[in-house]
Design a protein around this ligand. Sequence first.
Ligand code: ACO
Length: 360
Amino acid sequence: AIESGVAKTKITDWAAYEVELQKRIGVDHKLMNRILSKAKKDPKRVVFAEADNVKILKAAQMVIDEGIAKPILLGNKTKIDELINEHQLDIEGCEIIDTFQQDKKREEFGKMFYEKRKRKGVTEYEAVKLMRDRNYFGSMMVEVGEADAMISGLTKDYPKTVRPALEIIGPEPGKRVAGMYILFTSKGTFFFSDTTVNTNPTVDQLVDIIGLTARGAKFFGIDPRMAMLSYSNFGSSKGDIPYKVSKAREIAKERWPNLVIDGDIQANIAVNKELLTETYPFSELAEKGANTFIFPNLESGNIAYKLLMELGNAEAIGPILMGMNKPVHILQLGSSIREIVNMVAIAVVDAQIQNNQISI
Ligand code: ACO
């Protein structure tokens, strides 16, 4: 198995990966393969902020072997070398940066960070000190163009990992940042958003999330059919949530008239074409059902995808961070090697095409 094996023999490992992927509930293989082959056409420099971790190192070897990315490893050099030896990894030629041995660079990045954040309560001393944190250092590398993308989050909780990226790289001008998951289920492929960032989005923030998610689905070559999820169907119940999601839908339709988007709608109705056609034939989702879910808040989005992963045996890819000014992707705590490799490929393609080139 990929998780326990030595990642030295590349063909065997990759084949095992593919077989495993196929065995599980008929994952939309094409979708991820498209991303993997795009990545291989122009592999980018991806900084791995947690390289003193064996899973990260194995993922690094896989992406090198497969020509998906050019990893830059951030971490304690001694520990990384020990892990490479212990697990017989073959990642020679990969750049390793031990941030603790980079006094000059930390000073340089710290001063730049201070310039960015001096009116946000950060002192120069603190700014330089923060560069010991590899999420800050790695984000600075992406910001100044010393790397094309960053991957982190395997070992730290999400807010601690995303905050440095938000402070240094920030969102695309005028955009919200949000997180999307792709779930491969026995009933097909679905996009879930926002599952990771905005705790309680306002109407306007939901509109931003709709735009980002539509773009996110198109990034994977899929036309989104979006459901604004609630506990009500088209005004059947009153309340803050039905109001919020239907108002966001109304504004989004004005902004992007061609987007297929409807709601407020309950989750089971949104995916049940028969019920939809029978009861709500006027709905834009009636014929085909939804393939993209916009949740009213973080609780519902996060809980829904995690339940589906654990109980529905759904394979997931994500969280895909959308709306950042430069590509940063935050892994789910404890991601598998397979998940890390997927996220690296996504980060590479993200760096190749720049999201804002995808029109919705
Ligand atoms: N979009 C754009 N910019 C943002 C966003 C956003 N969604 N959130 C914060 N920012 C900006 C802030 O405006 C701020 O900008 P400024 O300081 O330059 O003016 C900057 O980013 C720093 O943000 P903070 O003030 O530290 O923002 P906040 O305290 O809101 O923290 C965070 C942001 C960490 C994302 C917070 O919203 C959060 O904890 N969200 C939930 C994360 C979480 O727990 N997810 C679930 C688990 S993840 C999983 O299951 C895989």
